[in-house]
Design a protein. Structure first.
Ligand SMILES: Nc1ncnc2c1ncn2[C@@H]1O[C@H](COP(=O)(O)OP(=O)(O)OP(=O)(O)O)[C@@H](O)[C@H]1O
Ligand SMILES: [Mg+2]
Lengths: 325, 251
């Protein structure tokens, strides 16, 4: 993207905008009434008992909140871009924590027990999740390459099979595919375990999406590259391997990274087959002791951490290919 | 006697070739023989079928009627070894079509190494020699987009030459170039012509045609309207269409 070299005035530094923003924010805080939250308690020296503070308390709380909010924005606006991004991230993260804290959780719960619950989640649940996702990603990538070639070929069978496949597996909800594979295949006489069914469903579903990504990536390479290769006497496989795919990788990587991330989280759906992955364990352990939210939140944090790692890897690969281009 | 023997064995021959794009007939009953070491220039108005004609010669396009022979091998749709014929015919495109993810040297080594099975060392030696021939050995380790258009086109010529082709096809090799770069590419082509290469060039560079062509072919509406030696072609054009075309192009 091109960033213009002409710097515009920050709208935050225009008095009219600032005033309008403050009023809007004040109205927001007032409308949603934060008097009965931690903020009201915090301001009890001024407004007395929050429950009985009435209109006055509500006004004071929303006023203080909006001042904090607007001042915060204003201060951040003076920082450099990197610092701005960093501060906003931290603040949003703390807001998220505050949100979780408001559930009144018993956080110690996840650390007790022998072995501790969090360790169980990581050693067994996380391991299974990663195992299932990694295998599915590898298979889906292989399917995608074959599917893309089939869709681009002028072989009627190949095209028909590939387009039927992508249509079907993009058209059914993943959860339904998981059930169909797990319960349908045994009807045909194939006994299939839970984990292989889960992997099959994830691979087939994401293979279908990735087929389209790979097809678009291959098609985006100019026709002249094929012609020059053909004119040199290269055969189809060689052209694809050495000329076309290397050039489509920078185009394929970003959407494929998104698919990997989506698949990692969708692997939670295989919990319906009783596979001991993160989601299943979170529900199982939590419901036993009526600490559902603690365990779900733990699982949420683990998923999030995993996707952050994947995003970092994706950014790294993208940067590598950008430099070369 | 010598010429007669050659004529019996043209390196490329077209016999009543016609081609359609859907309902549109792009080539109409083309008859043509090209001998080893001959230099042919093809010209004609836009849409007259010049590109279509030379793209049929290495079967980047398929013809529907008539016969095309290259080195005695007939090109047809069920032919399995079209790749083997293509190795003997180099082609240079208007838009260069270099492989952008490979260095200049790798572009030149790809053909010999991947399809002729020549080992890397030997392929590199050959690539360096060809880059010297087109006078850009110092650019060997750059990527195509780091070069000027004229340099890229010379790399494209070197890439084709590395396959040691019998025939070179050029489809408007200088049309995409800035004016000041046209001559460096034409010089390279003149040198190639002087070295005895068989060349078929679609071009509107009439200076080049005068200098190297043995025969100039004028096409219009998918037909060969006129073919002659440069002298006759420029000084004594026979058909009215040729005259009009020359008037337009030689202002
Ligand atoms: N792939 C195609 N599909 C349909 N029609 C085509 C196709 N390629 C070329 N044509 C048509 O065939 C005719 C001949 O095209 P061709 O490219 O051979 O002309 P040309 O003489 O090379 O013209 P130019 O000087 O513009 O390159 C044109 O009328 C063109 O519109
Ligand atoms: Mg053309």
């Amino acid at each position: 993207m091109f960033v213009d070299t002409v710097i515009e005035d920050k709208s935050l530094h225009k008095p009219a905008f600032l005033l309008g923003l403050s009023i809007t924010v004040l109205a927001f805080f007032f409308a949603f009434n934060f008097t009965n939250t931690i903020f009201g308690e915090f301001l009890s020296p001024v407004i007395g008992n929050p429950q009985e503070s009435g209109f006055f308390g509500r006004l004071v709380v929303s006023f203080v909140l909006s001042i904090i909010f607007v001042l915060n924005l204003l201060l951040i606006s003076f920082a450099r871009l990197k610092i701005q991004i960093f501060i906003v991230w931290i603040e949003l993260f703390f807001l998220f924590l505050a949100f979780a804290y408001s559930f009144d959780l018993e956080l110690a719960y996840i650390f007790i027990g022998e072995p501790s619950k969090i360790w169980l989640m990581i050693s067994k649940g996380l391991f299974t999740t990663i195992y299932i996702s990694a295998v599915s990603i590898a298979i889906a990538t292989a399917i995608a390459i074959v599917g893309a070639i089939a869709k681009l070929s002028n072989n009627g069978f190949a095209y028909a099979i590939a387009s039927f496949y992508t249509s079907l597996f993009r058209g059914l909800p993943l959860l339904l595919q998981i059930y169909l594979i797990y319960m349908g295949l045994p009807q045909l006489g194939f006994m299939i375990d839970a984990i292989p069914s889960g992997i099959a469903a994830l691979s087939l579903c994401y293979g279908a999406y990735m087929t389209e990504i790979f097809r678009a990536g291959i098609q985006s390479i100019p026709k002249g590259q094929w012609e020059a290769s053909r004119a040199l006497g290269f055969k189809f496989g060689l052209i694809l391997r050495k000329i076309i795919l290397p050039q489509s990788i920078p185009i394929i990587v970003p959407p494929t990274g998104n698919q990997f991330i989506a698949m990692l989280k969708d692997s939670s759906l295989v919990s319906v087959l009783g596979i001991w992955e993160l989601m299943f364990m979170a529900k199982k352990i939590g419901s036993k002791d009526f600490n559902n939210l603690e365990m779900l939140l733990t699982a949420a944090m683990i998923y999030w951490a995993l996707t952050i790692i994947l995003e970092m890897i994706q950014a790294r690969i993208e940067r590598k290919y950008q430099q070369k281009a | 006697m010598n010429t007669k023997a050659k004529n019996e064995n043209p390196v490329i021959s077209l016999d009543g070739v016609s081609k359609w794009y859907g309902d549109f007939q792009a080539l109409k009953d083309i008859n043509l023989e090209i001998n080893l070491k001959e230099k042919i220039v093809i010209c004609g108005p836009s849409g007259s079928g010049k590109s279509t004609l030379i793209r049929c010669l290495n079967r980047l396009e398929a013809h529907q009627e008539g016969k095309i022979h290259v080195s005695g091998v007939e090109l047809h749709e069920t032919m399995k070894d079209v790749d083997i014929v293509r190795r003997d015919i180099g082609m240079v495109f208007q838009n260069f079509n270099l492989f952008p993810h490979l260095t200049v040297l790798e572009n030149c080594m790809a053909g010999p190494n991947w399809v002729r099975g020549i080992d890397k060392k030997e392929a590199e030696k050959r690539a360096v020699a060809m880059l010297e021939q087109v006078k850009i050995p110092e650019q060997a380790d750059k990527y195509p987009d780091q070069l000027s258009g004229g340099q890229q086109q010379r790399v494209a010529i070197a890439r084709s030459l590395c396959m040691e082709p019998k025939v070179m096809l050029f489809d408007e090799p200088t049309s995409a170039l800035d004016p000041e770069m046209v001559s460096e590419v034409l010089d390279t082509m003149v040198e190639l012509a002087n070295s005895g290469m068989t060349m078929i060039c679609v071009t509107h560079e009439m200076g080049f045609a005068r200098q190297v062509a043995d025969r100039i072919i004028f096409m219009a509406d998918g037909e060969i309207v006129e073919q002659n030696t440069p002298d006759e072609f420029f000084n004594n054009p026979k058909s009215d269409r040729t005259k009009t075309f020359l008037d337009q192009i030689l202002i």
